[in-house]
Design a binder for this molecule. Structure first.
Ligand SMILES: NC(=O)c1ccc[n+]([C@@H]2O[C@H](COP(=O)([O-])OP(=O)(O)OC[C@H]3O[C@@H](n4cnc5c(N)ncnc54)[C@H](O)[C@@H]3O)[C@@H](O)[C@H]2O)c1
Ligand SMILES: O=C(O)C[C@H](O)C(=O)O
Length: 313
């Protein structure tokens, strides 16, 4: 597989959970951690290094503080920024996190010219757009994590309703309140969801999925979810590092696919060593097309705000 290095910027709840999960897997040689909180990050690097020594993972975890030393990564995951608290939407984080994202990505792009960026900070789709513009990288190398998380939440709520079965869920669109769960693509033991649950039950699952993030925010009071987001991010990292070419819903800039361009949203992507190697165009029902359009329009509004406030081109 060759020497593999992954960088993570933003070692808060999500970033440290990604580092721990990834280090346990022993699939990269080095993980660089970077955050404004230097001693805290050093502590996390030590703690994870000591944890994985008992399972024989050879991954080296290193906290770095200068931009120059955070270099030559194959993948850089960006989880820096603020998380929402009860009473806030993800969109309320737009201006604060766009400023942070622009600053980070300019430096990351300078010292990690060949890296694939995996963006996690919210509002996710707008942050992918910011990272794309700030890095000037091609769109196949600037991806966002959300669709895997939203799909795994949907699978969880179905499992909660019907008990353990093989469940494959698929949620497309932006990572907002108008995300688009695809019912025909969501299968229980290979059978489409609408042949297993009735209309009301499906509506309920969709609502729970859309509220999956805020439900945890309300319970935590101090921030947002991190174990499921970290797990979803590691799946993306693993498919890229190992060139597995697995198909996952991820955020990417559309250039004509699904009939849209110059906007970021979640679509199924084949993830391999070049990042997004293919975008899969699913057949959407009439209602799904309407929902997808609403979701894309919400992201367009955020991008417009970024441009109006000179935060992005
Ligand atoms: N895409 C998703 O599905 C998803 C899921 C969960 C969280 N998130 C988002 O991820 C982000 C992080 O969430 P969290 O729970 O880890 O938050 P957190 O507050 O625990 O951690 C954020 C970290 O970013 C660091 N940071 C801030 N500015 C920085 C900078 N300029 N350089 C380096 N580090 C910087 C902070 O010091 C902090 O350690 C939030 O924006 C949250 O909304 C997205
Ligand atoms: O809900 C949030 O603000 C965090 C994240 O986007 C999530 O869905 O868990």
């Amino acid at each position: 597989m060759g020497y593999k290095k992954v960088g993570i910027v933003g070692i808060g709840n999500v970033g440290s959970s990604i580092a721990y999960n990834l280090a346990l897997k022993n699939i990269c040689n080095k993980i660089l951690l970077k955050d404004l909180r230097e001693d805290f990050t050093k502590a996390i690097a030590l703690d994870i290094s000591q944890a994985i020594s008992s399972v024989n993972s050879k991954t080296i975890i290193e906290a770095v503080h200068s931009d120059e030393k955070f270099k030559d990564c194959d993948i850089v995951v960006i989880t820096a920024g603020i998380a929402r608290k009860p009473g806030m939407s993800r969109d309320d984080l737009l201006f604060t996190n766009a400023k942070i994202m622009n600053l980070i990505v300019q430096n990351v792009a300078k010292y990690n010219k060949d890296a694939i960026l995996v963006i996690v900070s919210n509002p996710l789709d707008a942050m992918v757009y910011s990272a794309l513009k700030a890095s000037n990288f091609p769109r196949n190398k600037v991806l966002g994590m959300a669709g895997i998380l939203d799909s795994s939440r949907m699978a969880y709520f179905i499992k909660e309703k019907i008990g353990y079965k093989k469940i494959e869920a698929m949620v497309l669109g932006g990572h907002g309140d108008d995300m688009v769960p695809l019912i025909k693509e969501t299968k229980v033991d290979g059978v489409p969801l609408d042949e297993v649950l009735n209309e009301n039950e499906i509506k309920n699952i969709i609502q729970k999925t859309r509220n999956g993030g805020i439900e945890i925010v309300k319970l935590l009071q101090t921030g947002s979810a991190y174990y499921a987001p970290a797990q979803a991010t590691v799946l993306m990292v693993e498919s890229i590092l190992k060139d597995k070419k697995l198909t996952y819903p991820c955020a990417i800039e559309l250039q004509g696919e699904y009939g849209y361009e110059n906007v970021v949203t979640g679509v199924p992507i084949v993830l391999g060593k070049n990042g997004a190697e293919e975008i899969i165009e699913k057949k959407l029902s009439k209602q799904e097309k309407i929902d997808f359009n609403n979701s894309v329009n919400s992201v367009k509004t955020l991008i417009k705000k970024l441009k109006e406030n000179s935060l992005n081109q």
